[in-house]
Design a protein around this ligand. Structure first.
Ligand code: VGL
Ligand code: ZN
Length: 336
């Protein structure tokens, strides 16, 4: 750490000014061929101001400790998890075959690039999720008669078609998109697709297991009533970066990426390892990931990123924003 500080303290005054900090960023944010990614001036200044905790326009050696321990170290040596979402028979060739949905995408096409990643990239851990519903699940159009629709429902029980959104009675009311029956617990349709590689020591996460609430994200159900074990497991593994992919792009993959970002993880969506339901919704998913400081990559870019040889400024900025929040929270605690 001291050597790094001194190496970048060009004028040797014992402080890093914004220009010296800019040189650090130019060293950090590069691809695996050494090409520097541009970091715009506003973001550079914002990151600098987060580590300049005394707000005097300079980073001293004491302020650099946080920058080194919590920022540079993670950027250079991230701890990465690979989350493979719902690559199950029903979404590929079963009752909710996504090739019959409006985007007409083929779920089978994710198998090869995902297997390729599993074979070539040394993730710190790998998780597979399962959509795992009881037969009376609220999301199944076949079960519409089991529950009462609220008078505010935009579609009546008689008129409802698969993929419509209805509102069920309840406190609060439950907005629910209707799907054909799929991924019934222990059925063939809920099994992972046979050619998907399952690595040793992988973790499995089951979601959507409660009849009256759907669960798109692998972190929480749609009402955020209960969380899966994923949050705790990732925290115990000291995970810094989440790589997410699978089926369906605009449903469970999108919801999982959104939650990963909201928890504060550096989040990477692997575009060519996802297939989805609706083109407009896929675009909304991508836009929201980018807006929330995640990145979207193709699978051939992943290995260098996991190995810390390709370091993205968006992810550096995301981490700095999270550190800013934790600094503010710890200040609030001191005041209390
Ligand atoms: C999913 C629709 C219904 C998914 C799950 O895994 O994306 N989509 N249930
Ligand atoms: Zn489902």
């Amino acid at each position: 750490m001291d050597a790094c500080f001194s190496a970048f303290d060009d004028d040797g005054d014992g402080f890093l000014n914004i220009h010296e900090f800019d040189s650090i960023c130019k060293g950090l944010f590069r691809n695996d061929r050494g090409i520097v990614y541009s970091l715009d001036a506003d973001r550079l200044e914002h990151i600098f101001s987060i580590f300049d905790t005394k707000k005097d326009g300079l980073i001293d050696r004491q302020e650099f400790v946080l920058c080194w321990d919590k920022w540079i170290k993670t950027i250079v040596r991230p701890v990465s998890v690979f989350l493979i979402i719902d690559v199950q028979n029903d979404f590929i060739s079963g009752t909710l075959n996504i090739s019959n949905c409006s985007a007409q995408q083929n779920g089978l096409e994710v198998i090869e690039p995902i297997n390729q990643l599993l074979d070539t990239v040394n993730f710190d851990s790998v998780f597979y999720s399962y959509d795992w519903h009881p037969t009376d699940h609220i999301s199944f159009i076949e079960n519409l008669s089991l529950r009462k629709l609220d008078s505010s429902s935009p579609v009546s029980a008689e008129d409802a078609k698969p993929f419509d959104t209805v509102v069920f009675e309840g406190c609060p009311k439950i907005k629910q998109r209707l799907w054909p029956k799929h991924c019934i617990q222990d059925s063939w349709g809920a099994q992972l697709y046979k050619d998907l590689k399952v690595v040793d020591n992988a973790m499995k996460i089951y979601k959507g297991t409660v009849s009256d609430v759907d669960s798109y994200s692998v972190f929480w159900d749609n009402k955020k009533l209960s969380e899966t074990t994923l949050c705790n497991q990732l925290a115990n593994l000291n995970i810094t970066d989440i790589y997410v992919c699978g089926l369906a792009y605009d449903v469970c993959v999108g919801a999982t990426a959104a939650d990963a970002l909201s928890i504060g993880y550096r989040t990477i969506l692997i575009d060519d390892c996802c297939r989805g339901v609706d083109v407009d919704d896929i675009n909304l998913t991508k836009n929201s990931v980018i807006k929330n400081h995640g990145v979207i990559v193709q699978s051939h870019e992943v290995k260098a990123m996991v190995e810390g040889r390709d370091r993205r400024p968006e992810l550096g900025y995301k981490l700095a924003l999270e550190l800013e929040k934790s600094i503010q929270n710890s200040k609030v605690k001191h005041i209390k």
